[in-house]
Ligand binder design. Structure first.
Ligand code: NIG
Ligand code: FE
Length: 381
């Protein structure tokens, strides 16, 4: 059955051939969907007939947000760690171990319930596609159940067994890397699409990260990387070397890193919730965009460095503090996320794409940054 979505004050298509600018905007638009797929997009005046009509009442409609980076499979609480940071303590990768201990002692149902609640929370904030990582199990059984639970919630599952070195391997990280590359990947690869490594201070070096990515790729997983969050290091160059879909964080970038990203198909995924919650400087989106790199925005939702599920919050920060225009931030939170997941069926409103649409209770998506912290997400289709 076809449905005409009528009376849209402003439609973001992300298709520059369909409308104005980077975000392909159409004023006074309509969309027809059939069986969950978009079958017609254009101006209201030309809209075709459909089996039913839904009046959007002059709202702005955008593609559903694509949150291409989250860590939702965890248990426990790190409120005190956040409060300590806000009193001056520094963030370190060491905090991850607190969540690992809690995750290992949680039941499958506790992990499933927490993740399901967070996905529902994301949806209320307009997210229609989410990538979910493992990475708080750090042994074969706990990583395997983490990716399996993630797989119940999304097709975009990522194996992050190389998040940090767990305490039992503290004096021999290479032996842990061998475990990740062997038995752990054997158990996890069948449930994952992506392989990720935290390549940074306090986590894994470039050789270790390369070994994990290559072992994952040999099993058919596609690479992505946590890179250059805590310091300027080899992560971004490694991401480009292995043609990773995305280098995530990109907080500390050299000119060479920016050049490498701009000359590659690796998306720079910026996670401003992490800088917000660790009181760090934001990444320089302007430098990346001006150099020609593709930028995505995502939440990094996790209990340590960024416990937000809200893409509108990330957009507001990106516009206010990362020198992104509202249109750029909108594109990065939708089409950019789709690129970071190497998907062309989401992140845009065009014929043939999934009908993942969000109606905003405002005449323009600019209100997401203009009215920060206000719940403007109306219906999520
Ligand atoms: O992406 N950087 C590594 N991992 C997460 C943080 C995880 C945590 O602190 O629990 C991140 O920010
Ligand atoms: Fe992360």
């Amino acid at each position: 059955m076809s449905t005409l979505l009528a009376n849209i004050s402003l439609l973001v298509t992300n298709d520059p051939s369909a409308g104005d600018g980077l975000t392909g905007e159409i004023v006074d638009a309509a969309v027809v969907i059939d069986n969950g797929v978009i079958v017609w997009v254009g101006s209201s005046a030309k809209s075709p007939a459909a089996d039913e009509r839904v009046d959007l009442d002059g709202r702005c409609v955008i593609p559903g947000f694509v949150d291409s980076h989250s860590h939702l499979i965890f248990a426990g609480d790190r409120t005190a760690e956040f409060a300590a940071r806000m009193s001056g303590a520094a963030y370190s990768a060491g905090g991850i171990k607190t969540t690992v201990a809690a995750t290992r002692s949680a039941s499958d149902d506790e992990l499933r319930l927490r993740a399901t609640d967070l996905v529902a929370e994301m949806r209320r904030h307009g997210t229609t596609t989410v990538e979910i990582k493992s990475g708080y199990g750090l042994d074969v059984a706990n990583e395997a159940r983490s990716v399996q639970i993630a797989r119940e919630l999304t097709a975009e599952t990522t194996f992050l067994g190389a998040h940090v070195v767990p305490p039992e391997y503290a004096d021999n990280s290479d032996r842990y890397v061998d475990l990740v590359c062997g038995a752990m990947l054997d158990a996890c690869a069948p449930h994952a699409k992506w392989v990720d490594v935290f390549c940074d201070r306090g986590a894994f070096d470039a050789d270790q990260a390369r070994a994990v990515l290559r072992a994952g790729m040999q099993r058919g997983l596609l690479p992505r990387l946590h890179a250059n969050q805590l310091e300027s290091g080899p992560g971004v160059q490694l991401a480009v070397e292995v043609d990773a879909a995305s280098a995530d964080h990109c907080t500390h970038l050299s000119d060479a890193d920016i050049e490498a990203l701009a000359g590659s198909t690796t998306v720079a995924t910026l996670l401003p919730g992490a800088e917000f919650s660790t009181r760090a400087n934001y990444p320089d989106a302007r430098r990346l965009i001006d150099a020609g790199a593709t930028v995505a925005l995502a939440t990094d939702c996790n209990p340590g460095s960024s416990y937000t599920s809200s893409m509108p919050f990330c957009i507001a920060i990106a516009v206010r503090d990362m020198k992104m225009t509202p249109a750029e931030a909108m594109w990065s939170a939708t089409a950019g996320g789709a690129r970071a997941l190497r998907r062309d069926d989401i992140g845009a409103v065009r014929v043939g794409a999934n009908a993942d649409l969000v109606a905003i209770n405002a005449p323009s998506y600019v209100h997401l940054a203009y009215r920060p912290g206000v719940q403007l997400i109306g219906s999520v289709l």
